[in-house]
Design a protein around this ligand. Structure first.
Ligand code: JNB
Length: 846
C-alpha cells in the first residue's frame, strides 16, 4: 500500500549520522569480554576514568570527579547488562509495556545501582582503597527531581520493581532541564529557586541522537485523495520540534536485567532556522531555537492542578508523540507495515491523564502515517492503552480548552471529535433519549469556553482504568467516573500502590535491613511478604533491644539533618512525630499544627501529667501559586520559632519545618521516624505512598480511613495503628450542615488553640498573617473539615504519646508494622498490573 508520509526526512545531527562506509560495524567493535565485578576491576576502572577520561590528577580537590569516575565505572556494568537484556527480549519476541509519565522522581542513583548490581561491597572496598569515602561520594549526587511527589516517585519505584521482576517494561518521560524547584525558607516564607540539576552533567544518561523524532505543532490539516480514491489527511505548515532521547538504565535486583528509562529533550530543527535565515534574520532564527527548546525546560511544580497553560500541553504532546513514534519505529524494524499483531505485543500505561494525548496520537500515526483505516486503528488503540487515575480532587481533573488544543494540535482535535462522535453514538444506543447523560459523558464540556475532558478521553480510549488504593478505586466508580462504570464495569479495577523495598528499606535503612536479614534471611528483598516472619521476634527481648538500638541510631541521623537544615536540636529520646509530603489543604498539615499548638498550650498551663517529650517535623513544598499552602508553611515556621524559644517549654516540645523536602531527605527521615502522620480528610488522598515507606521502616501510623491507610490498618491491626477521624461517607454527610464555630465553642481545647492563634501569639510582628487560615478553619464551607476531626485527632495523639512512654510496647508495635508491611511492595503492585493488565512474560537475561 502506498502511504503518504507528510514529513520531510530527518536531518538532525547530520555529521554524527554519517553512515559507516561498509554499512555496519564489525562485531569486534562492540563485542567485549565481561567486566570484572570485584574490587580490583572496579578500582582500576575508577582510576582510569579519573585520570584519563576526566583528566584529573593530584590537584583535584573536589569530590565531584571521583564521584563521576565511580559512576562511569558502574555505568559500564549497567550497559553490559542492558545490552544482554535487550538481546534476550528480542530473542523471546517479548511483549512490552511502556509507562508513559510526565514525571519520574528518581532521586539519587548511585546507592541503588550498587545495591542492585551486587556491587555495594566491592564498590565500598575499591573506593576505600583509593583513599575515599563511599558515603561522601553517594552524598555528592544531586537528586534527579523530575517529579512533584507521589505520582512521580511511584513511577520510579515501578521501574525498579519491573526490572527486578524481569518484565520488559520501558519508561518514557521528559528530560527537564530544571526539575522540581529548590525550596528555601526565608523569614518563614517559601522561596523557590530553580534546580539546574544538569549543570555538572549527568553521568547516568546516554544521549541517543540516532533515535531522534520529529514532533509537529500548529499548522493545519489537508484532506486529500490518493489515486485510488482513499482520503488521507496531511498535517501541514506545522512548526516542528525535534525530540532527542536520553537513556537512563534501570537495573533489577541481582538478576542481570537492566531496563531503560527514555527521557526526551527538545531541540530545534535545522530547516526551521534556515527558513528564517533566508529571510535575512539570522539572529532571530537562532533565537527561535529557544522557543523549541523551551518545551522541556521546566517541570510544572503542581501536584494537584494546573490548568490551561499552553506550554504544559506542548510538553504532554511532546512526550506522547515522540514515545509512540519510537515504539512504532522499532515495530517497523521487525514487522514492516504489518500492524496485525501490534496489540498483542505492546501496551501503554498512562500515568494519570497527563500523557493522554497518546490516544488520539496513536490513531493519527496509525491512520495518517501507516495507512490503517479508522476501525483497524481504533482496535489497536483501545486494546493497548490503559489509564491510571491518581487523584479524587475534581479540580485536578485535566481539561484543555478546545480552542487552544485545536490551534496547537489541529489534527488531534479532529480525531478527538471523531472519537467523541462514535462514543456518544454508543452511549445513545445504550440509553436512548438520555440527553443529560450524553452531555455529562461527552469528551467535550460545553460552555463559554468548551473544554476537552482528558480523563474521559483516557477512559474511552483505554481497555483498563484503575485507581491506586481500594477506597480510591471504589470512589472513582461511585463518584467521578460513575457513568463510565455503568457503561463499562469490567474496564475498572484497583491496583493498590506500593514502594520498592530495595530503596526504601535495604538501601535507606541498612542497619535495620541487616537486623532483619540476620533474623529471617534475605528473601524479603525480593519477596517482601517474607517480613511476616518477624512476628515471631516481636516478643523476644534481645531482638527488641537490637531493634531499639537501630531506631535510636536512625533518630540520631535524622536529628543531625534537622540540626543542619533547620537549626533546631531534636532529642532522640523524644517521640519523633513526622509529616512530610506536598503541602496541600486536603493533607491537613494545618490539623497537625493545631495539635502542636494544643501541646504548647498544655505546657504553658502546666498540664504535664503523662507528658511525652515530642519532636514534630513537618516538610514539603507548596505549589508556587498556592497561597494557602504557603501560608500554612509560614504558620509552621512561626509556631516553631515561638515554641522552640520559649523557656517554659524547655525542650519538651520541639517543632521544625524541614526545607527542600526531596527523595534523598526521605531516605533519612523515614528510618528515623516514630510516628507517621497520614491525616488527610477521608476520601481525598488517592493512596499515599509515604505512609508505606514509614511503615516499612518501623514507624507507627496515626491516620484517617483514607487511601492506602485503610489497607495499612488492615495489615497492621488496630492495636498497631492510631486511627481517628470521620470516614469518607461521614465526611460527605458532615459537609451538609457543618458548623465549625459551634465545634470550637463546645471544645475547650480547640477553643484555647483558636484563641492563641487569633490573638496573634505566633505573628506578633505581622498582624493578619494567618487571617486566611483562621477564616478557613471557621468557614462552614471548609471542605477539609479541620475542626470536625480535631477532637478525635487530639485523643489519638494522646494515645500515641501514652504508647510511646511504654518503650517495650512501642517497640513491639514498630516491629509488627514492619512485619505486616509486605503487601506494600511495588513488586506486588507490578505483579498485579502484569497479571491483570499487561500480560507480559518475564524474560531471563544474562
Ligand atoms: C499526584 C498527582 C496528582 C495529580 C496531579 C499531579 N497524586 C500529581 C498522588 C496522590 C497520592 C498517590 C500518588 C501515587 O498514586 O501526585 O499520586 O499515592 O495519594 O495524591 C496533576 C498535575 C497537574 C494537573 C492535574 C493533576
Amino acid at each position: 500500500m502506498v502511504v503518504y508520509r507528510g514529513l520531510p526526512p530527518m536531518n538532525h545531527g547530520p555529521s554524527r549520522m554519517k553512515p559507516l562506509r561498509n554499512g555496519k560495524p564489525s562485531s569486534l567493535l562492540y563485542e567485549l569480554p565481561p567486566l570484572g565485578m570485584d574490587e580490583d576491576a572496579l578500582a582500576l576502572d575508577i582510576r582510569r576514568y579519573f585520570g584519563s577520561f576526566l583528566g584529573r590528577d593530584k590537584h583535584c580537590r573536589s569530590s565531584h570527579y571521583p564521584y563521576r569516575a565511580f559512576v562511569l565505572a558502574v555505568r559500564d556494568r549497567l550497559m553490559e547488562r542492558y545490552k544482554r537484556t535487550r538481546i534476550a527480549y528480542e530473542k523471546a519476541d517479548a511483549k512490552h509495556a511502556y509507562y508513559l509519565s510526565l514525571e519520574f522522581l528518581i532521586g539519587r542513583s548511585l546507592g541503588n545501582a550498587l545495591l542492585n548490581l551486587g556491587l555495594t561491597g566491592p564498590g565500598t572496598a575499591a573506593i576505600k582503597r583509593l583513599g575515599l569515602d563511599i558515603e561522601e561520594l553517594i552524598d555528592n549526587e544531586h537528586d534527579a527531581g523530575l517529579g512533584n511527589g507521589g505520582l512521580g516517585r511511584l513511577a520510579a519505584c515501578f521501574l525498579d520493581s519491573c526490572a527486578t521482576l524481569r518484565l520488559p517494561v520501558m519508561g518514557y518521560g521528559i528530560r527537564y532541564e530544571y526539575g522540581m524547584f529548590r525550596q528555601n525558607i526565608e523569614q518563614g516564607r517559601q522561596v523557590e529557586e530553580p534546580d539546574h540539576w544538569l549543570r555538572d552533567g549527568n553521568p547516568w544518561e546516554l544521549e541517543r541522537p540516532e533515535h531522534t523524532k520529529r514532533v509537529q505543532y500548529g499548522g493545519r490539516t489537508e484532506h486529500v485523495q490518493d489515486p485510488r480514491g482513499r482520503i488521507f489527511v496531511r498535517w501541514v505548515d506545522s512548526k516542528d520540534v525535534l525530540a532527542v532521547p536520553y537513556d537512563i538504565m534501570v537495573p533489577g535486583f541481582k538478576n542481570e536485567t537492566v531496563n531503560v528509562l527514555r527521557l526526551w529533550s527538545a531541540a530545534a530543527t535545522d530547516e526551521f532556522d534556515l527558513g528564517e535565515f533566508n529571510a535575512g534574520s539570522y539572529p532571530e532564527s537562532v533565537a527561535a531555537k529557544n522557543a523549541a527548546e523551551n518545551i522541556t525546560m521546566v517541570l510544572y511544580p503542581n501536584d494537584a492542578s494546573e490548568n490551561g497553560k499552553e506550554l504544559r500541553l506542548r510538553q504532554q504532546y511532546f512526550l506522547a508523540s515522540a514515545s509512540l513514534q519510537d515504539v512504532i519505529e522499532r515495530w517497523e524494524l521487525h514487522h514492516g507495515d504489518d500492524f496485525s499483531s501490534f496489540a498483542d505485543k505492546n501496551c501503554f500505561q498512562l500515568n494519570d491523564t497527563h500523557p493522554s494525548c497518546a490516544v488520539p496520537e496513536l490513531m493519527r500515526l496509525l491512520m495518517d502515517e501507516q495507512g490503517l483505516d479508522w476501525d483497524e486503528a481504533w482496535m489497536i488503540v483501545s486494546s493497548t492503552m490503559a489509564y491510571t487515575n491518581h487523584t479524587l480532587l475534581p479540580e485536578a481533573l485535566e481539561k484543555w480548552p478546545v480552542r487552544l488544543f485545536g490551534q496547537l494540535l489541529p489534527r488531534l482535535l479532529e480525531i478527538v471529535y471523531e472519537i467523541n462522535a462514535r462514543f456518544l453514538n454508543e452511549v445513545s444506543r445504550r440509553w436512548p433519549g438520555d440527553n443529560e447523560r450524553l452531555a455529562r459523558m461527552s469528551l467535550i464540556e460545553e460552555g463559554d469556553e468548551p473544554q476537552i475532558r482528558m480523563a474521559y478521553l483516557a477512559i474511552v480510549g483505554s481497555f483498563s482504568v484503575n485507581g491506586v488504593a481500594a477506597l480510591h478505586s471504589d470512589l472513582l466508580q461511585k463518584g467521578l467516573f460513575r457513568d463510565f462504570y455503568d457503561l463499562w464495569p469490567t474496564k475498572f479495577n484497583n491496583k493498590t500502590n506500593g514502594v520498592t523495598q530495595r530503596r526504601w528499606l535495604a538501601s535507606a535503612n541498612p542497619e535495620l535491613a541487616a537486623l532483619i536479614s540476620d533474623s529471617i534471611g534475605e528473601d524479603w528483598i525480593t519477596n517482601l511478604a517474607d517480613l511476616k516472619k518477624l512476628e515471631n521476634f516481636a516478643d523476644k527481648a534481645e531482638f527488641a533491644k537490637r531493634w531499639r538500638k537501630v531506631k535510636r541510631l536512625n533518630k540520631e541521623r535524622l536529628a543531625e539533618l534537622v540540626k543542619q537544615d533547620c537549626k533546631v536540636v531534636f532529642n532522640p529520646d523524644a517521640l519523633f512525630d513526622v509529616q512530610v509530603k506536598r503541602i496541600h489543604e486536603y493533607k491537613r498539615q494545618l490539623l497537625n499544627i493545631l495539635h502542636v499548638i494544643h501541646l504548647y498550650a498544655r505546657l504553658k498551663n502546666g498540664e504535664t501529667a503523662n507528658w511525652t517529650d515530642r519532636c514534630v517535623l513537618i516538610g514539603g513544598k507548596a505549589a508556587p501559586g498556592y497561597v494557602m499552602a504557603k501560608c500554612i508553611i509560614s504558620l509552621v515556621c512561626k509556631v516553631a520559632e515561638v515554641v522552640n524559644n520559649d523557656p517554659d517549654i524547655n525542650g519538651r516540645l520541639k517543632v521544625a519545618f524541614l526545607p527542600n523536602y526531596r527523595v534523598s531527605a526521605m531516605e533519612i527521615i523515614a528510618p528515623g521516624t516514630d510516628l507517621s502522620e497520614q491525616i488527610s480528610t477521608a476520601g481525598k488522598e488517592a493512596s499515599g505512598t509515604g505512609n508505606m515507606k514509614f511503615m516499612m521502616n518501623g514507624a507507627v501510623t496515626i491516620g484517617t480511613l483514607d487511601g492506602a491507610n485503610i489497607e495499612i490498618l488492615e495489615e497492621a491491626g488496630l492495636d498497631n495503628f492510631f486511627l481517628f477521624g470521620l470516614t469518607a461517607e461521614q465526611v460527605e454527610a458532615a459537609r451538609r450542615n457543618y458548623d465549625p464555630d459551634a465545634i470550637i465553642k463546645s471544645d475547650p481545647d480547640l477553643k484555647r488553640v483558636m484563641t492563641l492563634l487569633e490573638s496573634g501569639h505566633f505573628n506578633r510582628f505581622e498582624k493578619g498573617l494567618f487571617d486566611l487560615i483562621i477564616a478557613a478553619i471557621r468557614s462552614p464551607g471548609d471542605p477539609w473539615l479541620v475542626a470536625a476531626d480535631f477532637r478525635s485527632f487530639i485523643d489519638a495523639q494522646s494515645k500515641a504519646a501514652d504508647a510511646y512512654r511504654d518503650q517495650n510496647r512501642w517497640t513491639r508495635m514498630s516491629i509488627l508494622n514492619v512485619a505486616n508491611s509486605g503487601k506494600f511492595s511495588t513488586d506486588r503492585t507490578m505483579e498485579e498490573y502484569n497479571a491483570e493488565i499487561w500480560k507480559l512474560e518475564p524474560v531471563t537475561a544474562g
